[in-house]
Design a protein around this ligand. Structure first.
Ligand SMILES: NC(=O)c1ccc[n+]([C@@H]2O[C@H](COP(=O)([O-])OP(=O)(O)OC[C@H]3O[C@@H](n4cnc5c(N)ncnc54)[C@H](O)[C@@H]3O)[C@@H](O)[C@H]2O)c1
Ligand SMILES: [Zn+2]
Length: 373
């Protein structure tokens, strides 16, 4: 399966393909990998950046993958976890690239989850003012979201993703077979972003998820392949239109204003991104209902699918002040107002600026009444 990200539509003038299959990194006849790499102009040496867990599981497979193309890759193994998306490990990668005499014609492979993808992508964007890179995601979240669209970067002690660049890969290679080793919580974490695409942009897809979430979450190969394909197609379409989030790309932030606040209030510990945005999606849907955009039935459908997927539905017990203050730290808000992605119905979004005073009172209201019944 191939999906095209066509950035000529948003003015950047080039595009790239997302290849999805169930055995992309398994041993292949010599030549097949060379063809893929040649077709996107990758002819230099390969620097594979990966995490410890992924390397233990698939290190020899990925080495073999490149050896089939006559390339002896250099592998850079980083610790697992969000803390790796930092200045320290960014500079560790630069050191390794410099020690390995990486040149302009060489390329990086981001082989791992979203942490490796964001970090390796940013290293590629900045080393020698930019060298080529490939995304080879290994988590569901990275398959359906972070590997597509070119957002790369690292965290700062004052906040997540504060330093980064829009920098697109040459190709995205998604091997769905790698998800077998992912634990159930990580799978559900990525599934939250899949639900997001359905809620905001595609009601038919949302119905499919309602009927098939059990299959996806029990690692059914064809159901997983379908949700990855559909999610990538939706994201590719949005990114093709608006690469740098000047407009429509912001709809992909559905559930993220509240979700980011939840993550920050937890100090980014003990809660995963997909879990936080699940709470955020329920909040945004309830907010949509509150201002008369959608019905109670829509709120129930969103909440039921999230609950059925084993994701959290209760708004954690912080105060309305804490939530509003956390939302105000977001890069994209003004002092008095916040632009919310809301929905009129499943598959129909609406962007609206709302006063923080109104948000505060609504959180106060639901936290003392409805949500945590
Ligand atoms: N760039 C974007 O557009 C974008 C979008 C969404 C999220 N993100 C970023 O993505 C990051 C989260 O990514 P994530 O959820 O993939 O987490 P992650 O990269 O931390 O991966 C989760 C864990 O799973 C392990 N793992 C990876 N693949 C595995 C496999 N196949 N089998 C077994 N274990 C495996 C990893 O080693 C890690 O321990 C965050 O930093 C977030 O900011 C970026
Ligand atoms: Zn997200």
């Amino acid at each position: 399966m191939k999906i095209k990200v066509d950035l000529s539509r948003s003015g950047s003038g080039y595009g790239y393909e997302i290849l999805i299959g169930s055995d992309i990194i398994n041993p292949k006849p010599k030549g097949e990998i060379t063809d893929i790499l040649n077709s996107v102009g990758l002819r230099g040496r390969a620097f594979v950046i990966t995490s410890k867990t992924v390397s233990d599981l698939y290190g020899s497979l990925i080495t073999h993958f490149f050896e089939n193309a006559g390339i002896n890759p250099v592998t850079i193994i980083l610790p697992d976890g969000e803390n790796t998306k930092s200045k320290k490990y960014l500079f560790h990668i630069y050191d390794e690239l410099i020690n390995g005499k990486a040149e302009r014609r060489d390329f990086i492979i981001a082989f791992g989850g979203g942490v490796v993808g964001d970090l390796a992508g940013f290293a590629a964007a900045t080393y020698l003012r930019g060298i080529n890179f490939i995304q080879m995601p290994t988590t569901l979240l990275a398959d359906v979201d972070s590997s597509v669209g070119g957002k790369t970067g690292i965290n700062h002690s004052k906040g997540k993703n504060l330093i980064g660049a829009f920098y697109q890969p040459k190709v995205v290679l998604i091997d769905t077979g790698l998800l077998k080793s992912l634990d159930a919580r990580e799978l559900a974490n990525g599934f939250a972003e899949v639900i997001k695409y359905g809620v905001v942009l595609d009601s038919k897809f949302f119905s499919y998820l309602e009927n098939n979430c059990d299959r996806v979450l029990s690692y059914d190969e064809s159901a997983l392949a379908y949700v990855i394909e559909r999610s990538c197609a939706i994201k590719a379409d949005i990114v093709s239109e608006d690469e740098k989030e000047a407009g429509i790309r912001s709809v992909l932030n559905f559930g993220h204003s509240m979700g980011h606040a939840v993550e920050a209030l937890y100090n980014y510990e003990n809660i995963k991104h997909g879990e936080a945005i699940s709470i955020g999606m329920i909040f945004a849907t309830m907010l949509s209902k509150k201002i008369g955009l959608c019905t109670d039935e829509t709120v129930t459908r969103v909440k039921n699918l999230i609950e059925k997927s084993g994701l959290p539905v209760k708004i954690p017990e912080f105060t309305a002040e804490q939530y509003v203050n956390a939302m105000k730290l977001d890069k994209k808000v003004s002092e008095k107002q916040i632009k919310f992605v809301l929905i009129e119905d499943i598959g129909n979004y609406k962007l609206k600026k709302l006063d923080f005073g109104f948000i505060h009172d609504f959180i106060f209201d639901i936290c003392t009444k409805t949500v945590n019944r």
